[in-house]
Design a protein around this ligand. Structure first.
Ligand code: SF4
Length: 313
C-alpha cells in the first residue's frame, strides 16, 4: 500500500505523523477538501467577522472556565471590560473600526459572553480546560492528537442519548467527568442536530475523538473504553442570545468508527488518494475554500448533462 504511486504530491512536513481533529473532520466532510486545505495549504483569505467573533467567544469561555477551575471568576463588570478590550484589539481584523456596526457587534459579544457565563459556566465544575491528548495505535503509523475544550464533573442527573435511552450517573462507567465542546451558532440548532438523531457526521466524529482523547489522557486503556457523556454547548447568537445543551453518549461502536476513519485517512496520506465528495451542502464556492482548485467543476458539468438527459426523457 505504501509503495503505490501518489496521485498528488506533497511534503509530509505538515503532518509529522500526527492526525488532528481538524484534519479528520474535514476528511470526513470531503477527502479532497482536506487535501487542498491541509496538504496544498490553500489560504482561506481574510477571516470573516463571524469566524473572528466565534474564536473570541471561545477564548472568553476558556479564560473564564480556567479562572473558575482555579476558584476565581470574573464578575459581570469584569466580563464587560475584558470582552470590550478583546474586541477592540481585534477591530482591525473585524474590519469594523469605530463604526456604529462595530459598537453594535461589541455590545452583542458582551451580552453573549454574560449569557454564556450565567447559563453555562456558572453551573459547571470544570476539571480540565483545553486538555491536550495524543493517542497511539499499535497498527498505525500516525497518532491521533488534539485538544479537548473542557472536562467537567458530572452532576447527578439523567441524560438521554441519540436514541432516547436514558443514562444516569452510574451508567457512565469508570468516568467521573463529561466532555464538553463549545460551538457558536447563528440560529437555534434544529431538532435533529439538537437531540442528536442525525448530527452532522464530522460533528459526531468530534465527540468520539474527544471521548477517546479524554479516556486515554485519564490513563485508561482504549480497549477498556465503555462510554462517555459528551455535551455540545451551543451559544445561540440570535436577537436574544441563549445557551442550548445537546447531550451525546459515545459508545465503543463510535470509537470503532473513529478508528476506521483515522485508518482511512492514514491510507489516503500514504497513497495520495483523496476522492471528491460532492454531495454535501458544503460543496459550493461559498463554503469550500478548495472549490476552484478541485475537479468538482467537471462533476458539475457531468451532473448537468445527466439532468439534461433526464429532462429530455
Ligand atoms: S468543491 Fe466539493 S468536492 Fe471539491 S473539495 Fe470542495 S467539498 Fe470537496
Amino acid at each position: 500500500m505504501t509503495d503505490a504511486p501518489k496521485l498528488y504530491h506533497w511534503s509530509d512536513k505538515q503532518f509529522k505523523n500526527e492526525i488532528h481533529m481538524s484534519h479528520l473532520s474535514t476528511y470526513c466532510r470531503c477527502p479532497q477538501q482536506m487535501y487542498q486545505k491541509y496538504i496544498r495549504g490553500i489560504e482561506s483569505g481574510k477571516k470573516s467577522p463571524e469566524l473572528v467573533t466565534g474564536s473570541l467567544q471561545h477564548d472568553f469561555m476558556k479564560k473564564q472556565l480556567r479562572l473558575k477551575r482555579d476558584g476565581n471568576t470574573m464578575n459581570s463588570d469584569e466580563i464587560r471590560d475584558y470582552v470590550a478590550d478583546q474586541v477592540e484589539e481585534k477591530a482591525v481584523l473585524l474590519d469594523m473600526g469605530d463604526s456604529e456596526q462595530f459598537k453594535r457587534n461589541k455590545d452583542k459579544m458582551i451580552e453573549q459572553s454574560i449569557v454564556l457565563d450565567q447559563d453555562y459556566i456558572s453551573k459547571v465544575t470544570p476539571i480540565f480546560v483545553e486538555r491536550p491528548f495524543e493517542v497511539h495505535f499499535s497498527d498505525l503509523d500516525y497518532s491521533f492528537a488534539g485538544q479537548i475544550d473542557t472536562n467537567r464533573a458530572i452532576k447527578k442527573g439523567v441524560y438521554k442519548d441519540a436514541s432516547g435511552i436514558e443514562y444516569n450517573e452510574q451508567k457512565i462507567q469508570n468516568q467521573h467527568y463529561a466532555v464538553d465542546d463549545l460551538k457558536t451558532s447563528a440560529a437555534s440548532p434544529s431538532q435533529n442536530k439538537f437531540f442528536g438523531f442525525n448530527p452532522k457526521p464530522e460533528h459526531w466524529l468530534q465527540h468520539a475523538g474527544y471521548s477517546l482523547g479524554s479516556w486515554i489522557a485519564a490513563g485508561f486503556k482504549a480497549s477498556a473504553f465503555q462510554q462517555t457523556l459528551n455535551t455540545t454547548v451551543y451559544l445561540v447568537k440570535t436577537k436574544t442570545p441563549q445557551v442550548k445543551l445537546a447531550n451525546f453518549i459515545v459508545t465503543k461502536n463510535d470509537i470503532r468508527f473513529l478508528y476506521e476513519m483515522i485508518s482511512s485517512l492514514e491510507k489516503s496520506l500514504k497513497t495520495g488518494l483523496f476522492p471528491q465528495n460532492p454531495l454535501g451542502w458544503w460543496c459550493n464556492p461559498e463554503r469550500c475554500e478548495a472549490f476552484y482548485k478541485c475537479r468538482r467543476k467537471e462533476i458539475i458539468s457531468f451532473e448537468s448533462l445527466f439532468y439534461k438527459e433526464k429532462e429530455n426523457g
